[in-house]
Design a protein around this ligand. Sequence first.
Ligand SMILES: NC(=O)c1ccc[n+]([C@@H]2O[C@H](COP(=O)([O-])OP(=O)(O)OC[C@H]3O[C@@H](n4cnc5c(N)ncnc54)[C@H](O)[C@@H]3O)[C@@H](O)[C@H]2O)c1
Length: 453
Amino acid sequence: MKLCIFGAGYVGLVAAACFAESGNTVISVDVDEARIEGLKQGIIPIYEPGLKEMILKNQAEGRLSFTTDAVAAIQSSLICFIAVGTPPGEDGSADLQYVLAVARQVGQVMTGYKIVVDKSTVPVGTADKVRGVIREELTNRGIDLEFDVVSNPEFMKEGAAIDDFMKPDRVVIGTDNVRTAEIMKELYDPFMRKQNRMIVMDVRSAEMTKYAANAMLATRISFMNQIAGLCERMGADVAAVREGIGSDSRIGYDFLFPGPGYGGSCFPKDVKALVKTAEECDYDFLLLKSVEEVNERQKEVLAQKVINLFSSADQEKPLTGRVIACWGLAFKPRTDDMREAPALTIIERLLSAGAVVRVHDPEALKEAQKFFGQRVEYSSNQYDILTNADTLVVITDWSEYRNPDFERIKSALRQATIVDGRNLYKPDRMAAIGFNYFPLGRCSCPRGNEVQR
Ligand SMILES: NC(=O)c1ccc[n+]([C@@H]2O[C@H](COP(=O)([O-])OP(=O)(O)OC[C@H]3O[C@@H](n4cnc5c(N)ncnc54)[C@H](O)[C@@H]3O)[C@@H](O)[C@H]2O)c1
């Protein structure tokens, strides 16, 4: 099939590469000329495991191309995917200007039947708006052409996006048109050869499904972060509690790890947008408002743990003279994405408390420079930043942090202290090798050396 995909970001590029990989002819369109120029030369603007290889292969084999020429892309494609950003507007609602701009272009230049697919995460009712804008443009041109608007929300996870796309848990298609559903089924057939995982529903329910999924996952995270907070105060161990509840098949183990708060380009904005959507229908989504508030507070927890370690005469800047080393900046491992990453709040808080902050991340150092400039020290070696630092703070659970050289850490740090926002290590082991270890929701075990004040 001939497709064009608007937006060469995380979702658009992964979708373009995977659709090309299954034999389709795909044109990836973006308004960012530098991005498209780079892609034409094989420079991939984001880090996503396996993406570069798949793009280069399909580009070389002529199934995948990149352009800023929206007109040619639309006119030569049967299906036009919209995978552009939907950032939060000032009031928290999803900003649809980029989605509707693409819809307008389609209406302005289409010359035959088109299926326009909303893959961006968009509020309920957006497909109607997209349809309205296309219809308006066709009316302006004085013509009447047939088209369909489909909702096909994307559920991929950054860091495992290719796998998620190639072997999806489900593909949700929102359409009332049986023929369109058949075409979409044909397109997605190669990704569900073992078992049909396509769920066809009405457009509004498909739009809501994406928000409900992200809201549910964000709720689990905030819930577990509060359980961890309580465990810490009551002397219970959140790791044991997670096992205890996760073994219940009604609950399951996923999304029950405590951490420094959820971040990324999706959960924060989608939770906000759903609260806003509810408000617009005079419905108070109390639960989600709390999920968001808990998350904002959780982002403060790690920095506060560090501050609590050091009493200081300077109450305003309690970390003056302290050097804090941070492992992990991306909002999760296997991505360089730092949008709404908890590391942003944590590091800002450490800086404003007067600390010198050094950071390491396997992929996100370049991104981090956009946020922190010269205000922090960067290193591509996870051990280099530890020399004479007062504390190591683990923010993101990259695999290289899971079983590090503890002797090396201990001899590099001024004091053997780790504040662990991902509960990567065993408290008993840490105590045995002489660390003051501060995880989340578990016994702090400052049984090794006392922290120097
Ligand atoms: N990132 C994820 O993990 C993820 C997962 C599921 C769903 N989503 C949703 O998918 C959508 C896209 O997210 P993303 O992370 O890929 O965004 P992104 O910011 O990485 O990429 C968006 C791209 O769209 C381009 N763009 C903007 N206007 C355009 C136009 N008129 N024509 C062509 N290109 C245009 C931008 O230049 C940018 O390159 C959002 O609605 C997001 O919520 C994201």
